[in-house]
Write a protein that binds this ligand. Structure first.
Ligand SMILES: Cc1cc2nc3c(=O)[nH]c(=O)nc-3n(C[C@H](O)[C@H](O)[C@H](O)COP(=O)(O)OP(=O)(O)OC[C@H]3O[C@@H](n4cnc5c(N)ncnc54)[C@H](O)[C@@H]3O)c2cc1C
Ligand SMILES: NC(=O)c1ccc[n+]([C@@H]2O[C@H](COP(=O)([O-])OP(=O)(O)OC[C@H]3O[C@@H](n4cnc5c(N)ncnc54)[C@H](O)[C@@H]3O)[C@@H](O)[C@H]2O)c1
Length: 462
């Protein structure tokens, strides 16, 4: 059949663009081989944050001593697992999402989609399962899957909720917290879930090959998290290469390059992602079939391939739901001939929902220096800010602002602390709108608030 638009992959970005364009009256086919909604609602953002909300409540209850009397907690992960199953994922059933999607006027195909060259009149051809369709415009929004690193023995172990090895897709379906867990990787997924499970009583060992946690963030952020994790009983092994994994002991035995080994009930592999660009027929439209990301312009068009667009994690612009839906909005406006609200990526912001949270916008100090800027930085510790000091236990962290001193504007900032993912909002405005640092100094900042540490960091710029 012929459509105005075919969208491959209905994660947050694909679903948004397909649904909006269909609502505008165009004929749209949306293809997804798994669940409409993609990684975020079923295996990512939402269920992981439900774990972290439970873990946060437990941590707060453990701070009652010394602040408000005494409290006792009896962690029960089954409560969180039930919430994830019933409230968030509908037992990993997307019937409601499919109904919503079709209600927008789109056609849905649950199948593997791939490009299949062009028709004689130049329309793009797409195979969806057994069927072949055509469209003048096709969007690739196929996202990522967990990467399994080349560790000896890993491929021999089964991956499943009841098996020894978990990725994000299994750990977020577990009905119980395991007694012990080895987490391979020290990135965002690892840090969030390591702390989440540890607070529910799981004995967690986290193994990171690099020299710090959250390698993409300011080095100080990883240092704060390492200290907090160790204080909470997580065994953090930095600069540790996993040599082999094998079934043994009470679960899985992980041997490190230094010869030491760790045994745990489960192994969570969170060592990065692989983009779903393989098996996609990229070569049939002249693209490199080995590509790991797709280049896009400001309209989300893939340069050199007429009618082909890409959004979301496959673009490599920022592996976050809000980037995918932002790109979907710009693309929808482009496809419908409306004004496009493209704001660029210089003020890209995100958060890691550990406790303390790590909020980030724009460049780190090193990235700004590497870009050739004349850099000044200002730092304020959360514990030295009035509200942070009042907060007491849990006030680890800092605000760090990075200024391009020649232009007198912030080009990046990091907030590690309680509500760091919220406080970064005002700094995102500052970086995005290029608010002069001189103006930031003249603003009112409520006392006593955590966000007042932004003023204190700005005043410390040197
Ligand atoms: C544990 C975890 C926690 C996360 N937490 C956050 C968070 O707190 N905040 C945040 O912003 N981001 C978070 N993310 C990242 C976020 O989930 C992704 O950035 C987002 O889902 C990417 O959206 P997308 O539109 O690229 O597609 P995806 O969500 O990756 O969906 C792609 C869809 O394409 C389908 N597909 C793939 N190939 C084909 C094919 N050939 N044919 C048909 N269908 C296909 C898949 O089945 C899938 O449904 C988290 C990720 C994980 C794993
Ligand atoms: N809060 C959020 O917005 C959020 C939450 C979770 C995930 N995500 C997104 O999902 C993506 C995937 O997250 P991730 O944590 O899997 O990847 P990541 O790239 O953030 O981290 C992977 C880590 O694993 C380490 N590693 C890789 N191979 C290793 C090995 N053999 N031994 C030891 N360490 C090894 C790497 O050094 C790296 O630090 C991220 O890019 C993130 O943006 C976002």
């Amino acid at each position: 059949m012929d459509y105005d638009l075919i969208v491959l992959g209905l994660g947050p970005g694909g679903e948004a663009v397909a649904g909006s364009v269909a609502e505008a009256g165009r004929s749209v086919l949306g293809v997804d081989e798994r669940l409409v909604g993609g990684e975020c609602p079923y295996f990512g953002c939402i269920p992981s944050k439900m774990i972290l909300r439970g873990a946060e409540v437990l941590a707060e209850s453990r701070r009652v001593d010394g602040l408000a009397g005494r409290a006792q907690d009896t962690p029960d992960f089954a409560v969180v697992a039930r919430r994830i199953r019933t409230e968030a994922t509908d037992d990993w059933d997307d019937a409601v999402a499919v109904e919503r999607f079709e209600g927008q006027g789109a056609t849905f195909s649950r199948s593997h989609g791939r490009l299949a060259g062009r028709t004689d009149d130049g329309r793009l051809r797409v195979e969806a399962g057994e069927e072949t369709h055509t469209a003048s415009r096709v969007v690739i929004a196929t996202g990522t899957r967990p990467a399994l690193p080349p560790v000896t023995g890993l491929a021999d172990l089964a991956v499943g909720v009841d098996d020894l090895v978990w990725t994000n897709r299994e750990v977020l379906r577990t009905p119980q917290a395991p007694e012990s867990l080895v987490v391979l990787g020290g990135g965002v997924i690892s840090c969030e879930l390591a702390q989440g499970f540890a607070r529910f009583g799981t004995g967690v060992t986290l193994i990171e090959g690099g020299s710090r946690l959250l390698g993409r963030e300011e080095p100080e952020a990883g240092e704060v998290l390492s200290a907090v994790f160790e204080r909470e009983g997580i065994d953090v092994r930095l600069g540790s290469q996993v040599q082999t994994v094998a079934a043994g002991g009470k679960g899985v035995v992980v041997t490190l390059a230094d010869g030491s080994s760790v045994t745990a009930a489960k192994l969570l592999v969170a060592a990065g992602r692989t983009t779903n660009l393989d098996h996609l027929g990229l070569e049939t439209v002249g693209l490199d079939p080995q590509a790991t990301t797709l280049d896009i312009d400001e309209h989300m068009a893939v340069p050199g391939v007429d009618g082909l667009f890409a959004i979301g994690d496959v673009t490599g612009k920022g592996p976050f739901t809000h980037v995918s839906v932002w790109q979907a909005r710009v693309l929808t406006q482009h496809l419908l001939g409306q004004d496009e609200e493209f704001g660029g990526y210089d003020a890209l912001a995100w958060a890691t929902f550990t406790d303390p949270e790590v909020g980030r916008v724009g460049k780190t100090e090193q990235e700004a220096r590497d870009a050739g800027s004349n850099v000044r930085v200002g730092v304020q510790q959360i514990a030295s800010n009035s509200r942070g000091w009042i907060h007491g236990p849990g006030n680890d962290g800092f605000v760090k602002v990075v200024e391009d001193a020649d232009r007198g504007v912030l080009v990046g900032a990091t907030v590690v602390g309680p509500y760091g993912g919220e406080i970064i909002g005002m700094l995102t405005v500052a970086v995005h709108a290029e608010v002069p640092v001189a103006t930031l100094r003249t603003m009112h900042y409520v006392f006593p608030t955590l966000h007042r540490a932004v003023l204190e960091a700005v005043q410390a710029l040197a």
